[in-house]
Design a protein around this ligand. Structure first.
Ligand code: C2E
Ligand code: CA
Ligand code: CA
Length: 863
């Protein structure tokens, strides 16, 4: 039974192309081969059971059949013969006497036939001194296949035994073909993929259950029809033409397309079609396998949206702004008009946040964003850059000054009072503006920097005003020159050094890599972090030189660590300009050649998507070339700024690094958690390794593990450290107990993680309320808060163990009691007591979370 189960599960696991091969192989080659097998003429050695009570006959029959290429096994009565037949490797051909003691031949036949022999029944010849029709009928009716009367001619016996031998062989072939067919059928019915088999004209001859589940068409309704019924009309005729072309040429097609279900719903599918040939190489069938990939697509859309829009205000973000600005620039040039770029920063926003809390600040930002959007015209863009910074692109002006009325309107709407939660708030804005075209060639980045610079001037001049960028006396340029000189000197004098931060597998504790991070040991200012100097040289050739220095230095360092036990990789950040060099790969090769001891497979280049997208073809080529000697790529800060998933799919990077901003807030921000989950899902859908950066606490690590992300980097594991410290750290590091051997979380339990995070979010808001009582309160009714809604729904569904659920309900109610108590205390100005109660609340939260955790893997499927 265990064997059968294993067989079944093996069949179930076959999917994709292997099912193809399986189906193709079994149904159409071997099955045909087996059924069309030639009538066996060659005589195979075969076991023969002889049941004969007469010793002389027995010896004689054994001798003669052995000569005829049988392996005789002789027994003296029917019972012994029956025992022989229960053995594992029993004969299938029997020669049986009628008259025998204990059990006669007729009885033996009956007994053998009683046992339901699946697939291959034995072939029995009765050899007896009896004769006459009545005896022959009795013998055959009892289950014998043949009847020979003594005395007999030896050559007749030989011929009849050979008939038996051939029959057994045919039976055996048929039965093995049959069991293969059964396996094939179970692969077919149990596959997760929808399967369609058509004949050469494209008429459907068979579909499986998954087909009906996905499309909604029952089998009967589609047999004899054409798969066209699924067409969505969303693909062009060229698309189908190419599909057929490739089926004709290669016998294979694979790709994504949109189809339509019976109920009219559209769905995306991943489709593989294979042409099936018969033995003569003639095409007889097509087999199509498909998967509904709606879920993956939804992830994709969600990711695309958050890649382009700011989550709070729903305004375009920096990425989309860059796109729009680029477009606006080329349109403006074509139309010979002007455009204005504004950089707007709110005055006094920090105070609002500090006095009224972030929630109020958020509402204020949303309101101002909406007002500004209403103020500008269609075709203009208002984008949020982050915090209280906005950028506005205004287009189609005859001359630059024509934009000023609109600029003034923007300042006005930003400084009008706003009512938030019965609070009247008022801020103002400082705005910098610049124009395109200018005397010199400028690009989008420069325009934004100019506007930013002008905004700063507006702040200096007293806020609540605008300032226009002065292209003539551009001080910023000079400032930049000085710094570039400093950095050049620093490089010459060896003031740069590399720190290293480990990348680990949190589950196994393995150190999988180290990332090199640059530091500037500044003679006056001490150790400087990269954001203090890298931006200055970002677009200067000096960044290429510095980038090469980093790779060179990191490689030497890794060579020094060769004596360490592990084969951990070495990650190096590659800046945009270096990456864009046409000869980037040969530059890298030269460095590698100078380090012949270094295994290039250990090198991982971390790149930002923004720089990869600047010249996609070039980067793809670089990635391909580097792959040749094993060097791989990692997409850094993933989730913050890629413009399209189509590009992303084309970028054959091995690793995605989830940006730390998503990791920071995952514990008590359900939105960030869902983004994180999407990214992890996305990575696995595209078969990329995923690593989280910015893991600052054990709990962060726990949740990442639960979500299926095992690799991580972050302060809780190790801060970036000097090369000399790395060895010690490497020797002694151990993952926290709760990371080691953490059980895998079933995807069905992911809602539990969300529930925990919802509750944490609620507790966090209560905490904020103690600090700042003007923020809006969270939902205080324990049925109505988001966790409560989830909880009571679960109670109805009865998915989880009653006992734990009762505990959870109790703890949750207690949490709300404490919450209400805190609000009362804050209202009475007893903030000390409120704080105390809050620490109780935190303890209750931990207990609650502990209980929720114990529900993992307890889901009983809604029974
Ligand atoms: P990155 O590549 O995203 O590097 C990770 C940054 O996150 C590092 O900052 C690291 O110290 C910090 N970090 C790591 N774990 C945590 C954590 O748990 N919490 C927090 N809050 N931060 C954490 P660092 O060293 O200041 O580097 C900043 C950025 O500068 C890097 O971001 C990278 O983009 C760039 N950079 C650093 N070294 C180089 C280099 O050699 N070449 C180039 N082109 N860029 C570099
Ligand atoms: Ca990095
Ligand atoms: Ca990063």
């Amino acid at each position: 039974e265990a064997g059968a189960r294993a067989e079944k599960s093996r069949a179930y696991r076959l999917s994709g192309t292997s099912v193809f091969r399986y189906l193709g192989y079994i149904t159409l080659s071997s099955l045909l081969a087996a059924t069309k097998a030639p009538y066996p003429t060659q005589l195979y050695q075969m076991k023969l059971l002889i049941a004969e009570d007469d010793l002389t006959s027995r010896v004689m029959l054994s001798g003669v059949t052995a000569e005829w290429k049988f392996e005789p096994i002789a027994v003296a009565d029917g019972k012994a013969a029956l025992e022989e037949m229960t053995k594992e490797d029993h004969p299938y051909l029997l020669l049986v006497d009628w008259e025998m003691p204990i059990m006669d031949g007729v009885e033996l036949c009956k007994r053998i036939r009683e046992v339901e022999e699946r697939g291959c029944p034995p072939y029995i010849i009765i050899l007896t001194s009896r004769s006459g029709t009545a005896n022959i009928v009795t013998g055959l009716e009892s289950g014998a296949n043949d009847f020979i009367s003594k005395p007999f001619e030896p050559n007749e016996l030989q011929a009849r035994l050979n008939v038996g031998r051939r029959m057994v062989l045919l039976q055996q072939q048929l039965s093995s073909a049959f069991s293969r067919l059964q396996l094939t059928a179970s692969v077919f019915t149990q596959a997760r993929e929808g399967i369609i088999i058509t004949d050469i004209q494209g008429t459907i001859t068979e579909v499986n259950d998954a087909f009906s589940n996905i499309t909604g068409y029952p089998r009967d309704e589609v047999l004899g029809r054409n798969p066209d019924i699924l067409k969505s009309g969303r693909q062009s005729r060229e698309f189908y033409k190419e599909m057929w072309q490739s089926l004709n040429d290669d016998g294979y097609w694979s790709g994504e397309l949109w189809n339509r279900k019976k109920n009219g719903e559209f769905y995306p599918e991943l489709l593989n079609i294979t042409a099936v040939n018969n033995e003569d190489g003639k095409r007889t069938h097509y087999i199509a396998l498909f998967l509904d990939i709606t879920k993956q697509k939804e992830h994709q859309l969600q990711l695309e949206h958050f890649a382009h829009y700011d989550a709070l205000t729903n305004l375009p973000n920096r990425v989309l702004l860059a796109d729009r600005l680029q477009q606006a620039i080329s349109q403006t040039s074509r139309r010979k008009l002007y455009l204005a770029v504004c950089f707007l920063d709110l005055d006094g926003f920090k105070q609002v946040n500090d006095t009224h809390g972030h929630d109020v600040g958020d509402l204020l930002l949303v309101e101002i964003a909406n007002r500004m959007k209403k103020t500008v015209r269609e075709g203009d863009t208002v984008a949020r850059l982050g915090g209280d910074e906005f950028a506005i692109v205004l287009t189609d002006f005859e001359d630059p000054e024509a934009s000023l009325p609109l600029v003034k309107r923007l300042l006005e709407v930003a400084s009008k009072p706003i009512l938030v939660n019965r609070l009247k708030l008022q801020v103002s804005a400082s705005l910098g503006t610049t124009y395109y075209p200018q005397q010199e060639v400028v690009d989008a980045d420069q325009l934004l920097r100019q506007a930013d610079q002008a905004m700063y001037q507006a702040k200096l001049a007293g806020k609540n005003r605008y300032h226009t960028f002065d292209t003539v006396s551009d001080r910023e340029i000079r400032g930049r020159h000085e710094s570039i000189e400093d950095i050049t000197t620093a490089l010459e004098q060896g003031q740069f050094l590399l720190y290293y931060q480990p990348k680990v597998n949190m589950r196994s504790g393995e150190v999988v890599g180290a990332e090199a991070l640059i530091r500037w040991n500044h003679p006056q200012q001490g150790l400087l972090l990269p954001d203090k100097f890298l931006p200055i040289i970002e677009e200067h050739p000096l960044s290429i030189e510095l980038g090469e220095w980093v790779i060179e230095t990191a490689l030497s360092q890794r060579e020094e660590w060769r004596s360490f036990s592990g084969e951990f990789s070495l990650s190096v950040n590659v800046g945009s300009l270096l990456l864009q060099q046409v000869d980037f790969v040969s530059r890298l090769e030269k460095i590698l050649q100078r380090h012949p001891e270094f295994n290039p497979e250990l090198l991982k280049l971390e790149i930002l998507e923004t720089s990869a997208l600047k010249n996609l073809k070039h980067i793809q080529q670089a990635i391909t070339n580097c792959k040749e000697y094993g060097t791989s790529f990692s997409l850094d800060d993933f989730g913050t700024g890629y413009s399209s998933l189509t590009y992303f799919k084309q970028l054959k990077v091995e690793e995605l690094k989830i940006d730390k901003s998503f990791v920071f807030d995952m514990l008590d921000d359900p939105d960030d958690l869902s983004i994180l989950e999407s990214v992890i899902g996305m990575a696995s859908a595209f078969r990329r390794t995923v690593i989280a950066e910015g893991v600052e606490s054990i709990e962060h690590g726990e949740m990442l593990l639960d979500l299926g992300c095992d690799l991580a980097q972050g302060f809780i594991i190790a801060r970036p450290m000097a090369a000399d410290d790395f060895g010690n750290w490497y020797q002694q590091w151990q993952p926290p107990q709760s990371w080691k051997n953490r059980p895998l979380v079933d995807s069905g339990d992911i809602p539990l993680i969300y529930a925990m995070v919802e509750h944490r979010a609620w507790v966090r808001t209560i905490g904020n309320f103690i600090v700042n009582s003007s923020i809006s309160l969270p939902e205080m009714d324990h049925h109505q808060c988001r966790f409560g809604q989830w909880l009571y729904q679960q109670l109805d569904l009865n998915h989880y163990k009653q006992k734990i659920m009762t505990e959870i309900v109790e703890k949750h109610r207690l949490a709300h009691q404490l919450g209400n108590e805190i609000i009362r205390l804050v209202g009475q100005g007893q903030s000390g007591e409120a704080e105390e109660t809050f620490s109780q609340l935190q303890k209750v939260r931990e207990m609650l979370i502990h209980h929720i955790r114990s529900l993992f893997n307890e889901h009983n499927g809604g029974l």
